[in-house]
Design a protein around this ligand. Structure first.
Ligand SMILES: [Zn+2]
Length: 161
């Protein structure tokens, strides 16, 4: 096994010993670990406290950038849809994982597999009801306002939003 994946699995094992879920992740660039994370749901009331997201958040805060293109994630467990989305937003193009969501499902960590299945369904058939409420007639349009204020500089900063 690759040394970075070994570290991700080691983090997952350590996290279990401290009462957490079996997930660890490392963010790598140029053959170096830039940030690490473990699942912290046992420590904080924050559903975004997943290993991959925390590694991404730490790197972005440290490097003061939203652009992590060229970085690679090594995750002990297959990333959930939330962490996968964060990778897309951050421009990460490669992720390795060790244990697939099916393995997590088998031990009672069911959400990732369920959400992946949800995303395959048409909106109307999903468990989470999502209903559009359009703008009022004549109400200021946030999208159009943003577009009208867009400058070159803003464009560079917001291109992944
Ligand atoms: Zn996740």
């Amino acid at each position: 096994m690759d040394k970075f994946m070994e570290r991700a699995v080691e983090l997952a094992l350590e996290n279990i010993l401290s009462g957490g879920q079996p997930f660890g992740a490392v963010l790598v660039k140029d053959n170096k670990i830039i940030a690490e994370g473990v699942n912290e749901l046992h420590k904080s009331y924050d559903v975004s406290g997943h290993a991959e997201l925390l590694a991404i958040r730490r790197a972005q805060q440290e490097l003061k950038t939203n652009d992590l293109s060229g970085y690679t994630i090594y995750a002990s467990g297959e990333p959930c849809p939330m962490c996968l989305s964060a990778m897309y937003f951050a421009g990460i193009e490669k992720a390795f994982y060790c244990q697939p969501v099916e393995n997590a499902f088998e031990v009672g960590l069911e959400r990732s597999k369920i959400i992946y299945a949800e995303l395959q369904k048409p909106k109307a058939e999903r468990l989470l009801s999502m209903v559009q409420i359009p703008l009022n007639e004549g109400q200021e349009n946030p999208m159009k306002l943003w577009k009208s204020k867009l400058t070159k500089k803003d464009n560079d900063k917001s291109s992944r939003v």
